[in-house]
Design a protein around this ligand. Structure first.
Ligand code: JHZ
Length: 415
């Protein structure tokens, strides 16, 4: 399905002419786990259509669910539940401290700082920080753990307040948030306002190229309004007086993540140039790159459903690992209801005891895998497959097997 999204304009450049290339139907909000006893009929579903902007190359969904609904009222994602993410974040912080020579007179601001998983490394090193995150529980946990955090949305208003107090940031970190912001330009303008001269902006986000190449369609959900490339980030930054100077690649993080370093003055690295050139050369900057995607998504959906149906038909029991946002998209768009996938396990204590959005599997503690011994576990948090398999050796030893959904559904034996 490729066609114009008549009335919509691009969230980044503001131009009309968005071309829709994938429709995933209507899905519930991916992080809105249901509480037992809630009225299931009242659960809301919203259209999930993805489009390309031919003017600035920004990939985006068309539907905009109010941010309060997603990040304030019912947000259970706590960054600190993955050891791999904690390790990655600590390395990032230590490197920034060393390379930027940060100390007691510096300031690091993180947009969407969640529970303080990253900033705590700066706090430990005596570097002043300000976390900003509208999710009230995550901001409270961060403050309790000694990471000063404002429970607010970041934008020009907050940036101007900080600047008026005489504060400018030597480092601004924005990880896994540039996908989430409806007011993308206001956030980038705020970043540009708050950044000290000579400061650096460090942005991480899953890479749209990996999403398409590895058919990671489950990472499309309403929280993720925007899907970034080097080209889209470069054009956005430039409109706000910033330049893309460097790009780093973390192919294993969240299915393929890039880190973009922006500054006020241009000092472009060879890596940044190579990334931008390869996006042109591969065609990622034009609609054609996305046109076959819907058919590939359809194939994965069909094959995964057929695989789970076959296993169930053979009398096997199937559970899932990871009450991840992407897990909710997968279960709902593939139609994996409780007759096919019985329950979900997750380490996040805030998610346990609830039900998956839309498909309503109960979320249990990971020990349920050993206790209940489902024959197969569908790994919804496939980005953490190694970490999860390493933790689940007892389950594997008991004969449990793992199913990975993308880029093509397959059964994985424990190493
Ligand atoms: P996880 C998140 O998406 C959140 P999600 C967010 N929307 C975003 O932008 C992307 O990341 C990039 C659990 N788990 O992080 C924790 C275990 O139980 O892949 C999580 O609930 N045991 C901001 O939600 C879930 O799995 C483990 O050992 O799709 C993973 O969710 C590990 C490692 C994780 O992403």
């Amino acid at each position: 399905m490729t066609g114009p999204a008549a009335e919509s304009t691009c969230r980044s450049c503001g131009e009309p002419g968005l071309a829709t290339f994938l429709s995933l139907g209507k899905t519930p909000l991916a992080d809105a786990l249901v509480s037992v006893g809630d009225d299931l009929d009242a659960e809301e579903h919203f259209p999930l259509d993805v489009a390309f902007c031919p003017t600035c190359t920004q990939v985006q969904i068309l539907e905009e669910v109010p941010a309060e609904k997603m990040f304030v009222d019912n947000y259970l994602y706590f960054s600190s539940f993955s050891d791999e993410l904690l390790r990655h974040s600590r390395e990032n912080a230590l490197r920034l401290i060393a390379e930027r020579r940060l100390g007691p007179d510096s300031l690091v601001v993180e947009v969407a700082s969640n529970d303080g998983y990253l900033l705590r490394n700066f706090v430990e090193a005596g570097v002043p920080v300000i976390g900003v995150d509208p999710a009230p529980d995550q901001a409270r946990v961060a403050n309790e753990n000694g990471v000063p955090t404002l429970a607010r949305f970041f934008g020009t208003e907050l940036a101007a307040e900080l600047v008026a107090e005489g504060r400018r940031a030597d480092v601004i970190v924005a990880n896994n948030v540039m996908a989430h912001v409806p007011e993308l330009n206001d956030v980038m303008a705020g970043v540009a306002l708050l950044l000290a001269d000579g400061g650096v902006v460090s942005i991480e986000n899953p890479y749209v190229r990996d999403l398409v190449d590895h058919v990671e369609f489950d990472t499309i959900y309403h929280e993720h309004l925007l899907y970034h490339s080097c080209t889209s980030i470069e054009r956005l930054a430039r409109r706000h007086g910033l330049v893309l100077n460097h790009v780093e690649n973390f192919p294993r993080l969240h299915g393929g993540t890039l880190r973009w370093l922006l500054g006020r003055t241009e000092k472009r690295s060879a890596a940044a140039t190579a990334f931008l050139e390869s996006e042109q050369a591969s065609g990622l900057t034009s609609l054609a790159y996305y046109e076959g995607f819907a058919a590939r998504v359809e194939r994965v959906r069909r094959d995964l459903r057929a695989l789970i149906e076959r296993l169930r038909g053979e009398g096997a029991t199937v559970a899932a690992y990871g009450a991840a946002a992407k897990g909710a998209t997968l279960l709902n768009t593939v139609g994996l209801t409780t007759d096919l996938v019985e329950f979900v396990v997750d380490r996040n204590t805030h998610k346990q005891g609830r039900l998956m959005p839309g498909t309503h599997q109960p979320v249990e503690h990971p020990s349920a895998l050993v206790d209940r011994r489902p024959d197969y576990v569908l790994v919804l948090a496939w980005n953490f497959l190694d970490e999860i398999m390493a933790q689940q050796q007892e389950y594997s030893a008991l004969g449990g097997r793992f199913v990975v959904p993308v880029p093509e559904p397959r059964i994985v034996e424990a190493p």
